[in-house]
Structure formats: C-alpha cells, structure tokens
Design a protein around this ligand. Structure first.
Ligand code: SAM
Length: 280
C-alpha cells in the first residue's frame, strides 16, 4: 500500500535541483534535430496546487521554489526552470501551482518527441492521466515503473532520457532501483539515466550508489545538494542526482546552479558536490 504523495514535497529544494537538471539535459538533447523518448518511471500527479492541504501542511515549497520565484539575478542554468514554473502559473504574479516532471517535459516537448509515464498510486495516476493522457505523444501507464522501464528500453528512437524518481517507501527500493538501472543499461547503454536519491540514512544511500559504481557502467556523475550535515535523526538532509551518460558540460552547469542555490537554500551545515564517480 503506497502512502507517499508528492504533493507534500512539490517544489521543495530537491525538486528545484531535479527539475533544473532535467531541463538542462533536455536542452542539450534538443540541439540535435532527432526524435527523443522520455521515460519517467515514477511520474507523480503531473502538477500540484501549492494551496492544497498537502503543500500547506509541510510548507516545503517555501524553502524551495518560492525562494527563486522573484529573483532577477538567476544564472542562465536556472532561468528556463523559473520561466516554466511561471508558465505553469499562467503568468500570474503569485506562485500557486508547481509542475511535476511530466509537466516540465511537456512544456519543452517537440512534435517528434514522446513520453512514457508510469505511476502506481491510483489517485496520482488519475490526476496524471487527466492532465496528459489524451495527448497523442504521451503514454500514461498505471503500473510499476521499474518493470515498465525494462519493457520500454531500448526506445525505437534510440535516443532517450530516463528519470527514475522513486519514493523509497520500502527498504528494498534502494537495491531494486540500482539493479533495474544496471539491467536497463545493458539493453540501452547510450541512454541518459537520471536517478534521484535522498540522503536520510547516508549508509543506505551509498550502498545503492555503490552497486552502480561497481557495475562496470562508465560515465557516472554525482550532483548532490545537502542542506544540513548528515545525521542519525529522522529526516532528509540532502538529495542528489546520479546521472549516467550526462550530456557534455552538465558537470559545469550543475556547479553553476549549485553555487547559486546553496547559499539560498542551505539550512546550516550542508555541502554541495559535483563529482565524476566513474569516468570514461
Ligand atoms: N517524478 C515526479 C516529479 O518530479 O514531479 C515525482 C515522483 S514522486 C517522488 C514518486 C512517485 O512514485 C509517487 O507518486 C509514487 O506514488 C510513485 N510510485 C511509488 N512506487 C512506484 C512504482 N513502483 N512504480 C511507479 N510509481 C511508483
């Protein structure tokens, strides 16, 4: 039984980094005029009202996207992100809605591109389907995204981005995620894989990431933003993106983003890092 709802966390600091990096990856791929497949294994509801009870209960977006909303000194790497959030708010001056990963991709999709979205939670799947299900370029699947990923690769286009953004509700998720990425990479080794990970218990996260570093897969980049020091207490202290086959210069772009985001979003003691964990 799934209890996680992304509405509680939409627009938090982890979403800011995740969605900004996703947009930079798409931008790099769009430089070539060739079709692209986007596969989202854990798509969520597609979009969120920040006025609803979920977002209001935690107020996490206030320590995330809200801190960027009115800024006029954003580095280039964050400008598209905020423009898209503003577009999703239909140009209104108040921040009221927040786009999920499928909505960000939808706002940047070209006619030849296509999306495959997986969501297991009944209520969030219904919202996602309502938002994007009738779009001919989009397939919304109610089912397990890890199984779905193995069925979706290699995509016909042979060019693709995979976002793996689990809720890590079950302990086994960490291992399952790494094992699935390794299998998917065997079938589609040129794909770009963006894995989102939380740091709640550092050892648990590193165990998952070690499976990837030890897998023999080349070109693995860590982009991590801690807002606090690691701790044994309950709660997420950092979040990161583990990118396999990152586009050229994503490391530099990520550093530029984090240099800007860290002083703005840090809650004391957090460090940021961009590091090639496995090279060529
Ligand atoms: N990617 C979304 C975004 O950036 O807007 C957020 C996704 S949220 C972190 C994780 C989602 O995965 C939740 O909506 C949850 O219901 C869903 N989920 C959990 N286990 C799943 C599974 N095995 N397959 C597909 N979806 C799953």
């Amino acid at each position: 039984m799934l209890s996680y709802r992304h509405g509680y966390h939409a627009g938090n600091y982890a979403d800011v980094l995740k969605h900004s990096i996703l947009l930079q990856v798409l931008k790099s791929l769009h430089k070539k005029n060739k079709p692209l497949a986007y596969i989202d294994t854990h798509a969520g509801a597609g979009g969120y009202a920040l006025t609803d009870e979920f977002a209001q209960k935690t107020g996490e977006y206030l320590d995330g996207v809200a801190k960027l909303w009115d800024k006029n000194d954003l580095p280039e790497s964050l400008q598209q992100y905020i423009e898209d959030v503003k577009h999703f708010n239909q140009g209104e001056s108040e921040l009221t809605y927040y786009p999920g990963s499928p909505a960000f991709v939808d706002m940047n999709m070209r006619e030849k591109d296509r999306m495959v979205l997986h969501e297991l939670h009944g209520a969030d799947h219904a919202l996602l389907d309502e938002q994007l299900g009738s779009d001919k370029q989009v397939r919304v699947i109610k089912g397990d995204g890890l199984k779905g990923l193995l069925g979706a690769v290699p995509p016909l286009e042979r060019r693709g981005v995979v976002l793996i953004d689990p809720s890590y509700e079950m302990k086994t998720d960490y291992q399952d995620v790494a094992k699935t990425i390794i299998k998917a990479h065997k079938r589609f080794s040129t794909g770009i894989y963006i894995l989102w990970y939380p740091v709640v218990k550092r050892a648990q996260t590193e165990e998952m990431l070690k499976l990837l570093t030890d897998s023999g897969i080349k070109r693995q980049l860590r982009i991590e933003q801690a807002i606090k020091s690691d701790s044994d207490e309950f709660g997420m202290t950092a979040a990161g993106l583990w990118v396999i086959n990152p586009p050229w210069q994503l490391d530099e772009t990520a550093s530029e983003m984090l240099d800007y985001l860290s002083p703005l979003l840090n809650q004391g003691g957090g460090k940021v890092s961009v590091k090639w964990e496995v090279g060529e």
